[in-house]
Design a protein around this ligand. Structure first.
Ligand code: BGC
Ligand code: BGC
Length: 830
């Protein structure tokens, strides 16, 4: 066993020795630490602690040291692995949960934390037994855990301008993390997003670095305790991680994991500023960004990680990388990257790559590629943090303060803090005719597809990575916006009616609240080309117009991760409120929209924009409302009618229905038989059409990025994308937009393949000609007007894509979206 491992490493080394050296870092990506600010790290050198660490280091083998600098994901590592490889840390990625269950109950998280801990301190096979730490993305509350309080996402917290409340939010979050046994959160995100097209903009407090700086210190105090604190685990605290160092919010065109092509001064003054406050507050860890500065990936930039962060700013914690981000450093792979530790990284986040990485690191230390002094420094930094935590004395997770106190998860006290945060974060952009506050004793219609949906109001990084695939039952104790309104209106003697499409029977409502906006997303999925709502999310505009035409005052309530061009909605509504992504305490919305029973304003708006609001959908265009804008209910500023010209071609907007092997949010992938009997495909492998169609995963760009459909040919069968919320693509159909699909023919169809679209019962089909030879990916476009010409109502499209055939065929499908380019364009039937 040992011998064969050694052989394998030897072989790997021989290969790596022949690898071309990593390209030299260009001068524009080399920072000058002396022009950067200094921070005040609050921990004094502690000789006793250093002596203890030196003693440990002396007794540790190289294998144990290498283990400390490697972090594995719980979906890819077992407690036995942690013991065998002496791993320093585990994490759960956004889609990983205990024992393979992302939605596992709180007790399972604690149980697994005990198992990892026990394995790490088990010295039965030798070794010093250093306790493991577990990092979790508790980014808006302990947001991976069912029943936890979900605070507004950072974009909303920024609008509060309330650093003191930030501290209380962090304290509540730390307490809820301690319930499930973790010691470390990958928060706060102190990005300073400069482009709203970035799908992670909502993870930032503000585009203004000063506001971010004002917040970070308080938030870290709330998580970790006072700067300089030791024995952190003795209190209701955890350690923090500020991320993502550096300029994750400064990438070109807002591309996730992109490149910030900016000067060093801009890098320092906009993106670097909050790190000074973070270090002053004693943040224990810093996570490097996936992104680049002037073409060089952060995890490999020594001038920034070592030169600026550690040496100049005096950061005395440890640096962790992002999810396999080291693999993106020039010359690296996920399995091998000495460049990162040599640049100053202390811990590799190597979710599924930890084992080959561990072996390569070991070999690289042994052959001197990684200096032993650098490894010792990284381990020392990690051990210092573990000692400040008091981890060596804390005992197993379940024995610690607050562990297993499930009453603390989503406790009334914490929910009250979150509800206050919701109140403070709402921003009033328009209140013409003083429509707000609404009389709670009136007859109020609550419309819009987002009104009664806690998952929707909570956004990404909620229970699942993208915040998708969740059911109402997954949110015990939470309050949807509708539920909050309904209970407050009911209590005041009024009548509330929930009607997503805005229809009503009986008495005309006195006012209507229309909830609309974005659906959840996280990395990649949220990136936009222009600052517009996706076409499939625009239907509530028609609802607003319809209600207004009937003389009903309309309050638009927008759920969003960022300011977007929504002038048509602002025009259509009398009052317009941005709720951001408020989280589990939807009752905070009712607090703001409704008057007290005395008819007076119950809670005055205090939220103001922490990002400017765009005048058009052009991310580089003018602003409609400046940073700091926000009305009071009592102000009489009227917003005049606004231009509805987005200023950019609407077709720059992506309408994506299927990508990365899964349907887009609010879409379903189904297989139907000739009689129209449907099977919804949520996991693979699966079968449909009475067993005649087999669905499996296949790769496209990324692993399992597509679905493969084997048609058995017993009878006609169809695969389709369907939705409960039909989309309006009428405008797109007038232009030259197409439905574009990326497909691979694996086995040529025995009979014709047709592509059809449907609105209600109207449908239109186009035969697909010019199919590529088996094995090649190809994009096929069908002009939307082909469907419109055949009588499909493009304002209410509910099946944009259905692929039908009667014979045998094997087809793989990677994407279905609106677009303007395709390899093969179908001709519209005459
Ligand atoms: C994200 C980080 C996150 C980490 C662990 C990464 O892909 O960029 O923000 O902390 O995954 O889930
Ligand atoms: C994980 C996330 C991580 C992402 C990186 C996902 O599979 O669940 O935590 O941020 O991968 O792209």
């Amino acid at each position: 066993m040992l011998a064969s491992t050694a052989l394998a490493i030897g072989a790997a080394c021989a290969v790596s020795a022949q690898q071309a050296p990593a390209p030299a870092i260009p001068p524009e990506a080399i920072a000058h630490p002396d022009i950067w600010p200094q921070a005040h790290w609050p921990y004094k050198a502690d000789p006793a602690l250093e002596k203890r660490i030196a003693g440990l280091l002396q007794r540790m083998t190289v294998e144990e040291k290498v283990g400390q600098v490697v972090q594995a994901d719980i979906a890819s590592v077992t407690p036995a692995d942690v013991k065998q490889y002496h791993l320093g840390s585990v994490l759960n990625g956004g889609s990983s949960g205990p024992y393979g269950d992302d939605l596992a109950p709180a007790a399972k998280w604690l149980q697994l934390a005990d198992e990892f801990y026990a394995a790490s301190v088990d010295k039965s096979g030798g070794g010093v037994g250093i306790p493991v730490i577990w990092g979790i993305d508790a980014v808006h509350g302990n947001s991976n855990i069912i029943g936890a309080t979900l605070f507004p996402h950072n974009v909303g917290l920024g609008a509060m301008h309330d650093p003191a409340l930030m501290r209380r939010i962090a304290e509540a979050t730390a307490a809820e993390i301690r319930v499930t046994g973790q010691e470390w959160t990958f928060a706060p995100t102190i990005t300073v997003p400069q482009d709203g097209r970035w799908g992670r903009a909502y993870e930032g407090y503000s585009s203004d670095p000063r506001l971010v700086s004002d917040y970070v210190g308080q938030f870290i105090r709330g998580l970790q305790g006072e700067p300089g604190a030791t024995d952190i685990l003795k209190g209701p605290h955890v350690i923090a991680s500020t991320k993502h160092f550096l300029a994750d919010g400064g990438t070109e065109d807002g591309h996730d994991q992109g490149d910030a092509k900016i000067s060093e001064a801009e890098l320092r003054d906009i993106h670097g500023l909050p790190y000074v406050a973070a270090i002053d507050a004693g943040v224990q860890t810093v996570m490097t960004s996936f992104s680049s500065w002037n073409g060089v990936k952060m995890a490999g930039n020594k001038s920034l990680v070592t030169g600026v962060l550690k040496d100049r700013m005096g950061f005395g914690g440890f640096v962790v990388s992002d999810w396999n981000a080291h693999g993106q450093v020039a010359g690296c792979t996920n399995a091998s990257c000495p460049q990162a530790i040599n640049a100053g990284l202390d811990m590799y986040m190597a979710p599924d790559s930890w084992k080959p990485l561990w072996h390569s690191l070991l070999a690289q230390v042994k052959d001197g590629t990684i200096p032993m002094a650098r490894l010792d420094d990284a381990v020392t930094r990690i051990l210092r943090v573990k000692m400040r935590l008091g981890l060596f004395e804390a005992g197993k997770p379940s024995s610690r303060l607050l562990s297993g106190r499930y009453d603390v998860l989503g406790s009334p006290e914490h929910r009250a803090i979150a509800r206050q945060a919701v109140r403070e974060s709402l921003v009033l952009l328009k209140n013409n005719g003083s429509v707000l506050p609404l009389n709670p004793g009136a007859n109020i219609l609550v419309a819009g597809d987002g009104a009664d949906d806690v998952a929707r109001q909570s956004g990404g990084w909620t229970l699942s990575w993208q915040g998708t695939g969740l059911k109402p039952e997954d949110f015990p104790g939470a309050t949807s916006i509708w539920a909050g309104l309904n209970s407050a209106i009911g209590a005041a003697g009024g009548t509330a009616t929930l009607s997503p499409d805005g229809s009503f029977t009986g008495a005309k409502p006195d006012a209507a609240i229309v909830v609309f906006g974005e659906t959840p997303y996280a990395e990649f999925q949220g990136d936009l080309k222009t600052l517009q709502l996706k076409p499939e999310l625009r239907a509530p505009l028609a609802t607003m117009k319809k209600l207004k035409a009937q003389g009903i005052p309309v309050v638009a309530l927008m759920l969003t991760g960022r300011p977007l061009f929504v002038n048509p909605e602002i025009n259509a509504a009398d009052a317009f409120v941005v709720a951001w992504l408020p989280g589990s305490e939807g009752a905070g919305v009712a607090d703001m929209l409704l008057a007290g029973t005395d008819g007076k304003v119950a809670h005055e708006f205090r939220g103001t924009l922490s990002f400017p609001w765009p005048a058009t959908a052009d991310a580089k265009g003018k602003h409609l409302f400046a940073l700091g804008y926000g009305l009071k209910t009592t102000s009489d500023t009227a917003v005049p009618p606004l231009s509805e010209d987005p200023g950019v071609a609407d077709n720059a907007q992506q309408g994506t229905y299927f990508a990365n092997g899964v349907p887009a949010a609010s879409w379903s992938l189904i297989v139907a038989d000739a009689a129209g009997q449907q099977t919804r495909i949520t996991t693979v492998p699966a079968t449909g059409a009475n067993g005649d169609v087999a669905v499996t995963a296949t790769d496209h760009i990324v692993q399992e990025g597509a679905r493969r459909f084997a048609f058995g040919g017993k009878a006609q069968a169809t695969i389709a994308l369907t939705t409960q919320a039909p989309v309006d693509v009428a405008r797109e159909s007038n232009g030259d937009l197409m439905l574009v699909t990326t497909m691979r023919v694996d086995t040529a169809p025995a009979s014709t393949l047709t592509l059809s679209a449907r609105s209600g019962t109207a449908s239109a089909s186009v035969p697909l000609a010019g199919l590529a030879a088996p094995g090649a990916w190809r994009t096929y476009g069908v002009p939307l007007k082909c469907f419109a010409n055949q009588g499909v109502d493009m304002e209410h499209l509910d099946v944009p894509f259905a692929l039908t055939t009667s014979g045998k065929a094997v087809i793989s499908l990677a994407t279905v979206q609106l677009g303007t380019v395709a390899d093969q364009i179908a001709a519209c039937p005459k």
